[in-house]
Design a binder for this molecule. Structure first.
Ligand SMILES: N[C@@H](CCC(=O)N[C@@H](CS)C(=O)NCC(=O)O)C(=O)O
Length: 293
């Protein structure tokens, strides 16, 4: 019975990491500690580049991001912050007890951001609020309708193709849960279970997701999604034209969350996204990354 409960707890814990397909309710014994893993870079490092200069009147906001390191929606927000050279503090949330976001009464998902002391929930909302604070347009660059369409597509389609791909085989699933265990805010016990039992559980769960999404070949679904975006970009450098739109930044952020996995490498080799991705890499690498505390 105890073994069954532990197994169930781990399945729920891990499934939570596939972004809310099942609500996470876990035993109190599985606890982590508040651990801000990154602090803001020094202010001199953060001077906006001429390319991405903010409105003169706009101030850099104070941002704390409550997140899971491996969550695509969190990666999307990080990409937006880093593209715009906004310093932020990262707080890794323990997926089992979520005590780091205990202040949030109703909303229990990540990302949550505190922007100038105000709580903002949901990746799209966070990015919208940042845009307002930074004095930027919603699209950043490009046609507003097209950018808006692909910003919705990022969450509704692209992000959903990731779990069946990253947990496709047992070795792939174990690699992913190993990475989650390494980067997440876990106790040693949670880390062990997430890595091994969670990996096996996620392999099984991913098959259910695949069926639910009516996907026959998960890799092909990923390549098709990547190619769909590339086709939308067409002859342009980015969807935004000469500079990335908010949708470019969001697609990049979501795909970057699987960068270390086989699915990402296969996507690079078998879809047409590589040239766009490399252009985005260049733009993103010009931005400073958060500094480990
Ligand atoms: N629409 C939300 C989705 C957020 C989401 O599903 N987050 C997942 C992690 S990737 C989560 O917090 N799951 C935990 C839960 O559902 O309890 C967004 O874009 O921020």
């Amino acid at each position: 019975m105890k073994l069954f409960l532990l197994l169930l707890a781990t399945v729920l814990l891990t499934v939570t990491l596939v972004c809310g397909y099942v609500p996470s309710t876990l035993p109190r014994g599985l606890r982590g500690s508040l651990r801000p893993t990154f602090t803001s870079p020094s202010s001199s490092y953060l001077r906006p580049s001429p390319l991405r200069m903010m409105d003169a009147a706009a101030q850099l906001p104070e941002v704390t991001l409550y997140q899971f390191q491996t969550c695509p929606f969190c990666s999307k927000v990080r990409a937006y912050l880093e593209y715009n050279q906004v310093p932020y503090t990262k707080v890794e949330v323990n997926p089992s007890n979520k005590k780091e976001i205990a202040f949030s009464d109703d909303y229990k998902k990540v990302p949550i951001a505190m922007i100038n002391g105000e709580q903002v929930n949901d990746s799209a909302e966070i990015i919208s609020r940042l845009q307002a604070v930074l004095g930027r347009t919603a699209e950043n660059a490009g046609d507003p309708d097209e950018v808006s369409k692909y910003r919705t597509w990022v969450n509704e389609k692209l992000a959903k193709t990731l779990p069946p791909n990253i947990y496709r085989t047992i070795p792939e699933a174990l690699t992913v849960t190993g990475r989650i265990a390494d980067t997440g805010n876990y106790s040693p016990w949670e880390s062990f279970y997430t890595r091994y039992i969670g990996g096996l559980a996620m392999f099984a769960v991913s098959k259910g997701l695949k069926k639910k999404m009516d996907i026959t070949d998960e890799r092909q679904a990923l390549y098709d999604a990547a190619n769909e975006f590339v086709d939308a970009v067409g002859d342009r450098q980015y969807l935004g034209g000469e500079t990335p739109s908010t949708a470019d930044i969001e697609v990049y952020g979501v795909l970057d969350s699987i960068r270390e996995f086989d699915a990402w490498r296969d996507m690079m080799d078998n879809s047409r996204i590589k040239p766009w991705y490399e252009r985005m890499d260049q733009v993103m690498k010009k931005t400073p990354q958060p500094i480990a505390a």
